[in-house]
Design a protein around this ligand. Structure first.
Ligand code: IVH
Length: 716
């Protein structure tokens, strides 16, 4: 079989090599530009699709599992769009495991039962060092005069599943069930982003049959995010990552599973035909990683049981920093022949055991419930506990998320509760014990006024979160409001970074965003801040002065009205044309604006009704903030057109060019097609330019682009 090695690099990131085999047919000579990935003429469409799918899978792994994205969301989207465009053009080559297949498989009426060819056994448990040493003694008894090495792995706290691959393609995924028979959950499992749906390796042939065992779990970061989203929507919270993973896999509709940040970690091979050549457990796992399987972040080979104990202690210490939840370690005799010699005792292997960590839940009582105001104005109930040790850490506060969660748990001041904590997962009230409720227990109510600024607390219909309506005025929301106001897409005061903001808050010079424009009256005080010389103070003043000329859209965005992001702000500016008109708009008028729903409309009205906000607004305008009248939607000369920008622009960033085009009604896309109206090509434009020329799409250089923009009133 002939193998072609393609090497390409992803802009700004590591270079990636990909193997293409001649088994995949080639359709014509194609040139396509992926985001920063130049494909050569001899690369066939299916190979391009594979490369994109694999790249997307790698970035998903980095994002969802490692929580360390290696590319920006927009770069990811470009890769994604590129794949979608290829699929639209060549549906005959659609790959079974494409991530663009949003819906995934159909919802099932129920799960089918499947009998495991190789039963899924359980593990013995040890809890203390004595039991561990006893395990070692029994192993050695059966392996006289042999050296034994132990493989110490993380014991994932998730759900065991079995994956069945034929010729490298994932055919089915089955839960452990009772060990003999499990449920067929292939469609849900296919939505797990770090799990290879097709095996390919640059180093060895793919086995005809491979059955991999491992655990599905929800990494901690994803769990926190999911619960925060559910809290915001007033939906049920999951007690812990394990429940969240189990709940997600048990969904009959794979679309739900797809929306959950699940991950798969392999820990064993049940079958492999032809047999792999690895002689140890640790080598088998390393071998699996070559096919794209993730394995535990940590594992160790130990020469003695004392070393195993040491590693257990180390891992227990490290537990909080791990990306996934574990409830102990698994100790396995590393040598596979020795494993065979040891065999099984009823339903458990003699060659492995689980060494569990101590429990992580404890009972305590709720002393009080306070309401904290977050940086975006949300009111969060925090239970003050009678301090209690949970998993080695004293817990005295625990968030209850929102009033809905308080009602769901039916928690009252004075109640006895179970508090759960594991690793760095935030402590949580898992259960209320009504049987221990004292007669003096007090029900909890949402406060009517903000505990920080006394402004009314609002909770719009259908919303789960209560908020302070103080907005720009509320001290709790100050830092976030200032940060947002000065950010690049708002008033863009680059010099006013976090360090400045902190010092200025400390000096009481920044109570709200309007104070930014009075800072020049405090030159002496600013100079007194450590390390702030004449020059940095002057730079700051210049940046503030320059920010006064802005656009209405940027100003609306800068106000930080809830629900009003960059696009909504632009739509509002285009629709209402003046700040006065926007301020005067009623709910009905606001709802007619593209991008503005009923809730956002309400938030906008609330914002302009709060007297404190109006006061800040007046001061901002009095300070000289101004803008040119925006272009009315009727004057959007590029309405509906699709434009593409490529190469490096010397006078502006791509973001800025994109904004100009969008302001004129154009859509800015990441890929060229015959529908593209025009390509703006900067320096070092690569094959997008070639493709545009081939398709007869018109091309403009930067100077021509700027001239056209100026003609339409869009200036730098
Ligand atoms: S090996 C013959 N390795 O623990 C059984 N299991 O309590 C071999 N588990 O059902 C299992 N992490 O779901 C193994 N690194 C690991 C594991 C692990 C978690 C689970 C597995 C099993 C349960 C037994």
């Amino acid at each position: 079989m002939q193998v072609t090695l393609l090497k390409f690099s992803l802009k700004k990131h590591a270079s990636i090599s990909i193997i293409a085999t001649d088994q995949i047919s080639t359709k014509g000579g194609n040139t396509a530009l992926f985001y920063g990935v130049k494909m050569t003429h001899d690369v066939s469409i299916p190979v391009q699709m594979r490369q994109l799918i694999d790249l997307l899978a790698q970035h998903n792994h980095a994002y969802y599992v490692m929580d360390q994205p290696t590319i920006t969301d927009s770069e990811y989207d470009q890769l994604f769009q590129q794949l979608k465009a290829l699929e639209a053009q060549y549906p005959e080559y659609l790959q079974a495991d494409t991530p663009t297949d949003k819906v995934g498989g159909k919802a099932l009426p129920k799960f089918e039962n499947v009998t495991h060819v190789v039963p899924m056994l359980s593990l013995g448990n040890v809890f203390h060092q004595d039991d561990l040493f006893e395990f070692d003694r029994k192993v050695k008894e059966r392996l006289p005069h042999q050296q034994v090495q132990y493989d110490v792995e993380l014991k994932f706290d998730g759900l065991a599943i079995s994956l069945w691959y034929e010729h490298g393609v994932l055919i089915r995924a089955v839960t452990r069930g009772d060990g003999e028979t499990g449920e067929l959950i292939t469609e849900n499992v296919k939505t797990i982003r770090n799990l290879p749906k097709v095996l390919c390796s640059t180093h060895q042939p793919v086995p005809e049959l491979l059955e991999v065992r491992g655990e599905v779990l929800m990494p901690k970061a994803g769990f926190e995010k999911l619960n925060a989203q559910n809290a915001a929507k007033g939906e049920k919270l999951f007690a812990n990552p394990r429940n969240a993973a189990a709940g997600s896999l048990r969904q009959l509709d794979p679309a739900i599973a797809r929306s959950r940040p699940l991950a798969f970690y392999a820990y064993g091979i049940a079958q492999c035909q032809p047999h792999h050549e690895q002689s140890t457990m640790s080598a088998s796992l390393a071998w699996l990683t070559q096919f794209g399987f993730a394995i535990g972040e940590q594992h160790f080979i130990c020469d003695s049981i004392e070393e195993v104990q040491q590693r257990y202690d180390e891992i227990n210490q490290l537990r909080a920093q791990l990306k996934v939840e574990i409830d102990g370690v698994v100790i396995k005799v590393d040598d596979l022949k020795q494993q065979q010699q040891l065999g099984f005792l009823s339903r458990e292997p003699r060659w492995a055991t689980a060494y569990k960590f101590p429990a992580v839940a404890a009972l305590t009582t709720i002393e009080n419930i306070d309401w904290q105001v977050g940086r975006t104005g949300t009111l969060t109930p925090v239970a003050r506990l009678n301090p209690v040790a949970v998993g080695g850490v004293i817990v005295s506060n625990v968030t209850l998320h929102n009033i809905g969660e308080i009602h769901r748990l039916d928690v009252r001041i004075g109640d006895t509760v179970s508090v759960y904590r594991s690793g760095d997962v935030i402590p949580k009230v898992e259960k209320v014990w009504p049987e221990f409720r004292p007669q003096t227990a007090l029900a909890v109510h949402l406060p009517e006024q903000c505990p920080v600024c006394d402004s009314p607390v609002v909770m719009p219909e259908g919303e789960a979160l209560a908020r302070c309506s103080g907005g720009l005025y509320c001290a709790a929301q100050r830092i976030e409001a200032i940060r947002h106001f000065v950010s690049r897409k708002a008033l863009d005061i680059e010099g006013l970074g976090d360090r400045w903001v902190e010092s200025l808050l400390h000096l009481d010079l920044l109570n709200n965003v309007a104070d930014i424009y009075s800072l020049h009256q405090h030159r002496e005080q600013l100079l007194s801040i450590e390390k702030m010389g004449e020059k940095s103070v002057q730079n700051l003043f210049d940046a503030i002065e320059n920010s006064k000329k802005t656009t209405l859209a940027a100003f609306i965005y800068a106000l930080g009205i809830r629900g009003v992001g960059e696009t909504t702000a632009r739509m509002l500016a285009q629709t209402f044309q003046t700040l006065d008109a926007l301020q005067a708009a009623d709910l009905e008028a606001l709802k007619k604006t593209p991008d503005v729903g009923a809730i956002t409309a309400e938030w906008i009205v609330d914002f302009f009704q709060a007297p404190h906000n109006l006061e800040v607004l007046q001061r901002l305008l009095a300070a000289g903030i101004h803008w040119d009248a925006p272009i009315a939607p009727t004057r959007q000369p590029l309405n509906g057109e699709s434009w593409v920008i490529t190469g490096t622009l010397s006078q502006m960033g791509r973001d800025q060019a994109t904004q100009m085009l969008q302001a004129l009604g154009a859509r800015v896309s990441g890929s060229i097609s015959s529908k593209t109206k025009c390509l703006v090509a900067g320096e070092k434009a690569g094959s997008k330019l070639e493709k545009a020329e081939k398709l007869g799409v018109s091309v403009m250089n930067e100077t021509e682009f700027l001239a056209l923009m100026a003609e339409y009133g869009q200036n730098l």
